[in-house]
Design a protein around this ligand. Sequence first.
Ligand SMILES: C[S@@+](CC[C@H](N)C(=O)[O-])C[C@H]1O[C@@H](n2cnc3c(N)ncnc32)[C@H](O)[C@@H]1O
Length: 261
Amino acid sequence: MTRRADGSAGDADYGVIARRYSDYRRPDPRIAAAIHAALGDARRILNIGAGTGSYEPLDREVTAVEPSSSMRAKRPDTLSAAVDATAESLPFPDGSFDAAMTTFSVHQWRDLAAGLAEARRVTTGPVAVLTCDPARVRDFWLYEYAPEVLDTEARRYPSVEELTEGLGGTTTVTPVPVPLDCSDGFNEAYYGRPERFLEVGARQSCSAWSFVDEPVHERFVERLSRDLADGTWDGRHGHLRELPALKGSLVLVVSLPVRTP
Ligand SMILES: C[S@@+](CC[C@H](N)C(=O)[O-])C[C@H]1O[C@@H](n2cnc3c(N)ncnc32)[C@H](O)[C@@H]1O
């Protein structure tokens, strides 16, 4: 597998994205609660594509896998050091973990089927995948301003069917509401705070923006700034500033293994 200078193994360069990631992508406690509930009472947990450690439960034994050295370096000292490996080839024996989790990562894996099979191989219990449903990403108002970005996201995110088939076992797919003050700055997190998109760091912390050229960023900032200044955005979407949570594209896919009697 081709890896970039810092070891990034997916389609995006985390050598660049890592610079501001922890400033903008802080785990949101309400989303964390949904993930932790899915992990049940598992004690040994594997976090794949762990990045800076968002959503890792602090009261369990967590093993983190992260190919980008830039992201590994940003993990707080309170968390375990991450193993340099990729989802597609996990360096652990079968059944090493009680549960596995992966958040905002599967859309970047070079070989999704291999990564999901590996997650299942090394895990005896639930595998929880937090991701976005590509069938829904274009429903967001951002599509009016930066269609290139959401087209990129829709292309990259695997379908829910690909995930459930790849994981096998008994699967559930649960929409995860995005809170108005969500602390994890993925695109939909700013549904009611459009001004946040004008910050370069906010865009830089979402990998989809790294695939569009600078003129797209410039056009986006110019149009959104104008529509915010003259009230056009609020006329169309202002109700979102008060909406407590957005039912958007965020989903939690959980697979439980089929037990042989
Ligand atoms: C958007 S970040 C998410 C990080 C963290 N899970 C979170 O929720 O903040 C995506 C992460 O997936 C990692 N990644 C990309 N391709 C990967 C692969 N093939 N195997 C494992 N991790 C991968 C990236 O290096 C990056 O740290």
